[in-house]
Design a protein around this ligand. Structure first.
Ligand SMILES: Nc1ncnc2c1ncn2[C@@H]1O[C@H](COP(=O)(O)OP(=O)(O)O)[C@@H](O)[C@H]1O
Ligand SMILES: [Mg+2]
Length: 373
């Protein structure tokens, strides 16, 4: 394969409330040298302003910066010519750029436009219209995956286990259907990255349920998804490829470091708030210890879910395993986080792939699909 290919790594600059993220990215879209120092400064500022004493640093909004930096280094080491482009929610400028300086491949890290996740799919649709190869899922899969109740309908129809659920819109009466029993978990229906998930999301009474459903409506202006809470282990399955996707070793979130009064879930804090008990107490391990039968069932369900939602090149399917060892799919993540430290890269490493090989395989997969069209 020619290593002279030009790859544009496209991302959309996140909008961060009290960190001036513009400081992190130079005019030409390149990441500035030491984003950490700026982030620490921002955290100190946040801490100074806050009356609480937790000096936690929220990295959710800047996670994509680390990710693209890791990807750029990996692609550079493979000999590709790479450019990072900040879409900055300016779609006409993006179109002009793609016309004037058409890359051979787009590494698509755009997750939203003007903070609107549902716009993610429209950006992928633009690449389609311009006929430029790009990595990851197409518009339909990206849009479907953001609609969690729809994903659950599809999985259920095809006999893949997912927790029993019910959706409440703001105008609905909050009455549980038959078979829904406490404890339940209440989530926004169209978010990702553990947004809106905390210990309070798990409810054990009608009053708590009402409170949380209303909180989701008020905060996110979207239906609340109420699911049967699955006590047990949490597993992630990374899948790589499109024409011949391969399931990488199953990984597990080890919750044993969490304080005993916290629920064993990947809350927003656990995922993003560096320095909190939740963050420190959750750790990814790979491979997960499973019986051969459990592992076979999980891998099979993950691959089926990958195909049903229309994932390509790379995706991650999240599971909970009941205390009796029965796996349930929580959600399907097309274009998951592939930072060098993220779960996907850990699974790939366990399978024997270096980080650059993993990133390179995603590009190869996108090109292989493209060339077969
Ligand atoms: N039905 C459930 N049972 C147990 N834990 C759950 C359930 N749904 C979500 N969780 C916990 O909440 C986390 C985030 O939920 P998830 O549906 O994966 O949303 P996101 O798209 O934000 O990652 C999961 O990783 C898991 O720890
Ligand atoms: Mg998840």
């Amino acid at each position: 394969m020619s290593k002279k290919l030009r790859i544009s790594i496209l991302f959309n600059e996140p909008v961060v409330s009290d960190v001036d993220i513009k400081n992190l990215i130079a005019e030409d879209g390149q990441l500035r040298r030491d984003p950490d120092a700026l982030l620490k400064k921002a955290a100190a500022e946040k801490h100074r302003k806050s009356s609480k004493s937790a000096p936690a640093l929220d990295l959710s909004e800047v996670g994509v910066l680390d990710e693209m930096d890791d990807i750029k280094k990996a692609l550079d080491s493979l000999g590709y010519r790479t450019t990072i482009v900040n879409v900055n929610s300016e779609i006409f400028r993006l179109i002009d750029y793609l016309r004037a300086d058409r890359p051979d491949v787009i590494f698509n890290l755009v997750e939203c436009v003007e903070n609107e996740s549902l716009m993610e799919m429209n950006v992928a649709a633009l690449y389609e219209l311009l006929k430029i190869p790009y990595t990851g899922a197409g518009p339909l899969a990206l849009g479907t995956a953001l609609n969690k109740p729809r994903v659950k309908e599809i999985l259920t129809y095809h006999g893949i286990r997912t927790p029993e659920y019910q959706v409440f819109r703001p105008e609905d009466r909050i009455v549980l259907k038959e078979g829904m029993t406490f404890p339940l978990i209440v989530k926004p229906s169209h978010e990702d990255g553990s947004v809106g998930i905390s210990d309070r999301s798990i409810v054990s009474s009608a009053a708590e349920l009402r409170r949380q459903v209303r909180a989701v409506h008020a905060e996110f202006q979207q239906p609340a998804l109420v699911e049967q809470y699955i006590e047990g282990r949490e597993l992630n399955v990374a899948i790589l490829g499109a024409v011949h996707p391969r399931v990488l070793p199953v990984s597990e979130i080890d919750f044993s470091g969490l304080p005993s009064d916290m629920h064993k879930i990947v809350s927003y804090e656990a995922k993003w708030m560096h320095g909190t008990a939740a963050y420190v107490g959750t750790r990814g391990v790979c491979p997960a210890k499973l019986t051969a039968r459990q592992e076979a069932e999980i891998r099979k369900s993950a691959l089926a879910a990958y195909h049903l939602i229309g994932c390509r090149d790379y995706a991650r399917v999240d599971f909970r395993l009941t205390t009796d060892g029965v796996p349930y799919v929580l959600e399907v993540n097309p274009n998951p986080d592939i930072s060098a430290t993220a779960g996907f890269a850990r699974s790939a490493r366990t399978s024997g792939l270096s980080y650059p090989e993993t990133v390179g395989a995603i590009v190869d997969s996108a090109l292989e699909r493209w060339n077969q069209q």
